[in-house]
Design a binder for this molecule. Structure first.
Ligand code: PRX
Length: 685
């Protein structure tokens, strides 16, 4: 292990010593606490020692299936500390989805909690883990340890009777938290922590060693294990956090994302911690105990940066402005949006009401694969347009005044990066990763051609991937070093105004390195469609001012409330039902969720398509994938529109789902009468 790499990691962990109090807010408003960086380091070390005692070492995979409690980031950091690779699975996924992910990563250790309250719903996570463990055993894999946080027990049932989740409805949380136990496998977190040492020397990792795996939906149905590495991801998380949220010491930052998604990884855990930030971590939902929970938390902790999703904004808008106005939100400076395109109405509501007409809105476009923001405005520097992943100021003078500090900062930064392209990433890397100037030259090697603005950076010793940027690119909208292009069907670059496939020309530090266990799929999915470009799978439009508007997925993926999933994975679950001969799933726009699932079902001969079947199919998708994937509509389709070669015409199904009779050319269909029939059978949704 080289001394500079050691320094880099020590630097990261030194940050954990800062005496900064980060608040944690439970599902119940009375349940809150604060954590210092010193305490976080101590707990991280303790848990790292627990992991070691379970036989976890450098390179091992650990699956984490937990609610948004402090033990979740502690578990992630503990893995990192000993070089283990965490794979966090969102605790809203079903036991099947969890089992798939455990099997794919071949993890031997699973970390979970007895259960969690989400609003008034109780989720019994340990039971879901038990089901998943049985499933993986059937596939010949054994989970050796399951470490369980006694979260419900700790809460001592403050909420009384459950309202019923997963079909269970009676009994108190305590009774229900009497989880089944396998003495050979299961241990309580608190028992293990009691005897664990509070210090743990970190295991030194090379720049390109894996940091974590995070599964995201793939268009063929099987989830993809996106793999991020140590140095590039961390530097990118740290840098984008600092500049995109314009974070300064004293600010109180809050990102509402769950750590089960990439936003939670980069902008709840790694980005804020690497900056020594104070941030709020929230376990509950925006609707409990009342529909003003978000606004009351902003008020309670005097939040300055608030980062959330359009679906949350849309669902809160409908409760009326008075719930927002009830609270003092004047501390807010920067608002962030992520996960899906934000519609103008939601943007304006966010800007005018939540941001009291003075905050910058950072509409950040990025993906699990990109590790951090790739197309984003910088607060106070990029004029905002509602709904573009950019900003403009509806009231420019006022807003510019409010942000002149960051505007100056941005201008300086941008000018300096243009004058000396080595400076930007070099300085940034220094700032975050090491303190001793003597080692800096060995840390990176630079190679640049000022006339072209190319910068070529070799990462830390041992790095297998070198990274180059062009910092002179005229487009100021992408984050530094990111070069987006729009391509047409044939891969030709679209200059100026137009619409096409959103791709990136060059890599950046935080970019994924592979799909775990399947490098070929990595190549096929992201690089084969357009040779020489990273293909996002999204479409985008460039307007006359050069602003990019991400229009959404152009592959068979859909985005329900910011959760990305593939139509194929839902279709395969539906097709397993004995009464289903064929299923085709498309997306339909939804006023709150952005998009929802609309399913066409061809029943097997002799089966009646009735409400019972529809209910069973919805339940099946919930159980197999997770509650967030439940279809909104299941339509009877005695036949599907197919070409003569048997290909389902999803474009037409999307029109039928939307009730749009402007279906276009149907002459390629084997049977054109299907379209009329499907319109007639269309349910009122
Ligand atoms: O379709 C884009 C959409 O979310 C997809 C990435 O989903 P995921 O990997 O789950 O990561 C979500 C959080 C980063 C993208 O391909 N998306 C994300 N942010 C935006 C967006 N679409 C429009 N505008 C955004 N700001």
């Amino acid at each position: 292990m080289s001394s500079r790499m050691k320094n880099c990691i020590v630097r990261f962990y030194h940050l954990l010593l800062f005496v900064v109090l980060s608040p944690r807010e439970g599902n119940d408003p009375e349940d809150y606490s604060r954590l210092t960086y010193r305490k976080l380091l101590e707990e991280t070390c303790r848990f790292a020692n627990v992991l070691k005692s379970k036989g976890v070492s450098n390179g091992d995979k650990v699956v984490i299936y937990m609610p948004m409690i402090l033990e979740l980031p502690i578990a992630m950091l503990a893995c990192t500390r000993i070089g283990a690779v965490h794979s966090v699975v969102f605790a809203g996924y079903s036991s099947d989805s969890l089992a798939d992910r455990v099997l794919d990563s071949k993890a031997k250790v699973l970390i979970t909690a007895d259960g969690v309250w989400r609003g008034e719903k109780l989720l019994l996570l340990k039971n879901i883990c038990d089901e998943a463990a049985d499933k993986v055993t059937k596939h010949g894999h054994r989970l050796e340890s399951c470490i369980v946080v006694a979260h419900l027990r700790r809460l001592n049932n403050p909420q009384g009777k459950t309202k019923g989740v997963n079909g269970t409805s009676n009994g108190t949380a305590m009774e229900m938290a009497n989880v089944s136990w396998d003495d050979d496998r299961d241990v309580w977190w608190h028992d293990e922590m009691e005897d664990a040492e509070a210090s743990c020397y970190p295991v030194w990792m090379a720049a390109e060693d894996p940091l974590f795996i995070l599964y995201t939906s793939g268009s063929t149905g099987k989830p993809k294990g996106v793999l991020h590495t140590t140095a590039g991801y961390l530097i990118y998380a740290a840098t984008t956090f600092k500049y995109v949220f314009d974070y300064h010491p004293g600010d109180i930052y809050w990102c509402t994302a769950d750590c089960g998604w990439i936003t939670g990884h980069t902008y709840v855990v790694y980005g804020p911690l690497a900056n020594g930030a104070t941030s709020v971590i929230f376990e509950g939902t925006p609707f409990y105990p009342e529909n003003d929970r978000y606004w009351s938390i902003i008020d309670k902790y005097k939040v300055t940066q608030f980062y959330t999703a359009p679906t949350a904004i849309r669902s809160l808008m409908k409760f009326g402005d008075h719930l927002v106005k009830k609270h003092n939100l004047s501390t807010l400076k920067v608002l962030g949006s992520v996960g899906e395109p934000i519609n103008t109405e939601a943007w304006l509501w966010f800007y005018n009401l939540v941001g009291h007409g003075k905050c910058s809105i950072a509409d950040t476009f990025w993906q699990t694969e990109t590790g951090g923001h790739v197309i984003t405005p910088l607060p106070g520097a990029t004029p905002m347009k509602p709904g573009s992943a950019k900003m403009y100021y509806p009231n420019s003078e006022l807003a510019r005044e409010a942000h002149c500090g960051s505007m100056e900062q941005y201008k300086r930064m941008h000018e300096s990066s243009i004058k000396d392209p080595t400076q930007f990433w070099g300085e940034i890397a220094k700032q975050f990763y090491w303190e001793t100037p003597a080692i800096e030259d060995k840390f990176f090697s630079y190679n640049f051609d000022l006339s072209k603005g190319d910068i070529f950076i070799r990462w830390m010793e041992g790095a297998s991937t070198n990274i180059s940027f062009n910092l002179l690119d005229k487009n100021t909208f992408p984050f530094f070093g990111v070069l987006p292009e729009l391509l047409d069907e044939d891969g030709r670059v679209i200059e100026g105004e137009g619409e096409g496939y959103l791709v990136f020309r060059r890599p950046w530090p935080g970019m994924m390195r592979t799909l775990y266990g399947n490098h070929q799929r990595f190549q096929n999915t992201y690089f084969d469609r357009f040779n020489g470009f990273y293909c996002t799978g999204d479409g985008a439009r460039r307007d006359a001012d050069g602003y990019l508007w991400v229009t959404g997925r152009i592959d068979d993926m859909l985005n329900v409330s910011g959760h990305l999933m593939s139509t194929a994975e839902v279709e395969s679950v539906l097709a397993e039902h004995s009464s289903v001969a064929e299923a085709a799933v498309v997306s339909k726009s939804h006023p709150v969720k952005g998009q929802c699932l609309y399913c066409f079902i061809t029943p097997t001969a002799g089966t009646t398509f009735d409400e019972k079947l529809q209910g069973e199919l919805k339940r099946k998708v919930r159980e197999r994938i997770g509650p967030f994937a439940q279809p909104d509509a299941i339509q009877h389709a005695p036949a599907l529109p197919k070409t003569r070669s048997g290909k389902i015409m999803r474009r037409m199904l999307r029109k039928i789902a939307a009730g749009d009779r402007n279906i276009g050319d149907t002459s390629t269909l084997a049977d054109e009468t299907v379209i009329q029939l499907l319109f007639e059978l269309r349910p009122c949704v």
